[in-house]
Ligand binder design. Structure first.
Ligand SMILES: C[S@@+](CC[C@H](N)C(=O)[O-])C[C@H]1O[C@@H](n2cnc3c(N)ncnc32)[C@H](O)[C@@H]1O
Length: 293
């Protein structure tokens, strides 16, 4: 059987691919990840019977490659690493924000039900979104116990990757993904399956929905607004100007007074008249001003 020889890629060609990927996904592929690009592209060349990268590039640029093929390519170039309870200081900020928001609501509008909508942006295989739903459930149980009132809450989670979202919807995880989950939380919110696998319980799944979406297109889609937007370890792969554009779009989708949580060190400086940094050195969170829509 003839062996397939992976074609070389010149610097100018690599630069073209870098630009195409950034334009469509925001992802800026550094030179150090060129080998991943070559590996992913050469698989496609082989599958499609094409002989060089420029042929594939022209097809992609002209939209002559199926959405599915493009999605597979993007998927193989993006980092999907995640786990439950990945960033505990940020989660504490979210819980305390939601509890205070509900208590203020109960006080100011005693007859009105209190709703909290959370958005997990770049949710990968779902661990972050389910962690947020678990934390909201705990806030809700605490409110029931302390003041006999409940909140209505939901987590909407988006990602560009179809395969990651399929895993998220199934909600089954290897034990190592749950390494940081407190034992009592594990017992309460997960069903233990065979072979060291766990499934998140229905009570959490029914509060969570997963949707395919590209953060570069947030401005084009519906304009639902959220109380909390949680976007961690996504912008880290974007260049500075892109990060700013996405943060502006996320800010637009926050309700007045809403909370935006980014990953620690994800961006060095956020310049926005509408946001005030939360005074907590262990996380990167911002509050949207109350009087901005
Ligand atoms: C490293 S994971 C982060 C997962 C989770 N937020 C966390 O912190 O554990 C990054 C995720 O961002 C997604 N992503 C990258 N570019 C995206 C884009 N343009 N739109 C939506 N999601 C994107 C990737 O598919 C990947 O699942």
């Amino acid at each position: 059987m003839a062996t397939y020889k992976i074609p070389e890629m010149e610097s100018e060609e690599f630069a073209l691919w870098q630009t195409l990927l950034e334009k469509r996904t925001g992802l800026w592929l550094p030179e150090s990840r060129k080998v991943f690009l070559i590996a992913a592209l050469s698989r496609h060349l082989k599958e499609k019977g094409l002989s060089n990268y420029s042929e594939l590039y022209s097809k992609l640029d002209a939209g002559a490659i199926s959405v599915l093929d493009w999605a597979t390519l993007v998927d193989s170039l993006t980092v999907h690493e995640t786990c439950y309870y990945r960033d505990i200081p940020s989660l504490k900020v979210v819980s305390s924000y939601c509890r205070n928001k509900a208590l203020n609501g109960f006080q100011n509008e005693p007859n009105k039900p209190q709703h909290i909508q959370v958005w997990s942006v770049g949710c990968s295989t779902g661990e972050e979104a389910y962690t947020l739903a678990i934390e909201l459930d705990k806030v809700n149980m605490g409110l029931k116990e302390s003041c006999d009132r409940e909140i209505y809450y939901g987590v909407t989670a988006v990602d560009i990757s179809y395969p990651s979202l399929a895993v998220a919807r199934e909600g089954i995880y290897a034990a190592r993904q749950l390494d940081f989950v407190p034992q009592s939380t594990k017992n309460f919110y997960f069903n233990r399956l065979q072979d060291e696998y766990y499934q998140i319980k229905q009570q959490v799944r029914q509060r969570t929905c997963f949707i395919q979406s590209n953060v570069l297109e947030l401005g084009k889609k519906n304009t639902q607004k959220f109380d909390v937007i949680y976007c961690q370890n996504v912008l880290i792969y974007f260049r500075q100007e892109r990060k700013r554009q996405v943060i502006d779009q996320l800010t637009k989708r926050l309700k007045p007074g809403g909370l935006l949580v980014l990953g620690h060190g994800e961006i060095t400086h956020v310049e926005s008249e509408e946001l005030t940094r939360v005074d907590n050195k262990h996380c990167l969170a911002f509050l949207k001003k109350d009087d901005v829509n």
